[in-house]
Write a protein that binds this ligand. Structure first.
Ligand code: SAM
Length: 276
């Protein structure tokens, strides 16, 4: 019998430890072992790989990651979950390290010698903030890949192409030096309790960073451009010093709107700003 089959069903764990779902903590739990195994398979072969998980809760995804052979470090804010996770750590000696705390106050890079995969069914209220933080790391980043559950609408914004309504700052930040794709959509009924909207798992892998572009410049540029997304660039980028000159030099028509500007074009504008 493997450790996974020897474990009590997750619903029993929830009942035993009184883990009624807290809305404030974004708790929507997954219990379906097959679905969890599919999510854990998204990053690829995890045998002996290090994984950082945010918000293990009662440990459903954690179980799937451990069963896939990963060594997991998990940060959980809800103190009630810690005893349940300690039982899981006992079933997988030396494979699960649980840290009680807020992921927003944790410096995960310092927890690993190598480059972990990050895999998480994120609490929706902090998901985007964590994603932007991980995308703003020094490149190549301290993580190997990101496999993250988001509300489907947020996932679509991360992978969006120019010209679509979903295309914006998040797409540019996620795609300018990474590849981002939706690995699977997850029906709301898979969660307990079910959230109001559908979800999707996004997979992001770092790619080569274009030379001469600072993350903060790109962030400032996209914040200005998409802050007034219906306006022409000559209006939305007016307050960014040097941006209109950069458009002229690069031959980018200043009457275009931000949502038509491709990721390489944003990168070129940012590079011109950093060079100037
Ligand atoms: N991983 C579990 C699963 O898939 O069933 C639970 C996912 S639930 C959507 C989000 C989890 O994140 C909850 O366990 C919640 O307590 C935890 N959480 C919420 N905010 C957090 C934070 N700031 N830092 C760490 N964990 C947090």
């Amino acid at each position: 019998m493997t450790a996974l089959t020897a474990l009590p069903p997750l619903r029993e764990v929830i009942a035993k430890h009184g883990l009624s779902a807290s809305k404030a903590l974004g708790q929507n739990f997954l219990f379906d072992g097959q679905l969890l195994a599919r999510i854990a398979a998204v990053p690829g072969d995890l045998r002996d790989a290090e994984v950082f998980e945010v918000g293990p809760g009662p440990g459903g995804l954690t179980r799937a990651l451990l069963a896939a052979g990963a060594r997991v470090t998990a940060v959980e804010r809800d103190r009630r979950c810690i005893p349940a996770l300690a039982e899981l750590a006992e079933a997988y000696p030396g494979k699960l390290r649980v840290i009680e705390g807020d992921a927003l106050d944790t410096d995960p890079a310092s927890l690993f010698d190598g480059r972990p995969h990050i895999v998480a069914n994120l609490p929706y209220n902090v998901g985007t903030a964590l994603l932007v933080r991980w995308l703003s790391a020094d490149w190549r980043p301290w993580w190997q890949s990101l496999t993250l559950m988001f509300q489907k609408e947020v996932a679509e914004r991360i992978v969006a192409a120019p010209g679509s309504g979903a295309y914006g700052r998040l797409a540019v930040l996620a795609q300018w030096r990474s590849t981002a794709r939706i690995a699977m959509t997850v029906h709301r009924s898979a969660f307990t309790p079910p959230p109001k909207v559908m979800s999707a798992v996004v997979h992001i892998e770092p790619a080569t960073a274009p030379a001469g572009v600072d993350f903060t410049t790109l962030e400032r540029l996209t914040a200005a451009a998409f802050g007034q997304r219906r306006k022409m660039l000559r209006q939305s980028l007016k307050a960014v010093p040097g941006a209109l000159d950069a458009l002229a030099t690069l031959g980018i028509d200043e009457t275009r709107r931000a949502e038509t500007v491709s990721v390489p074009e944003f990168v070129a504008i940012a590079a011109a700003l950093d060079a100037g």
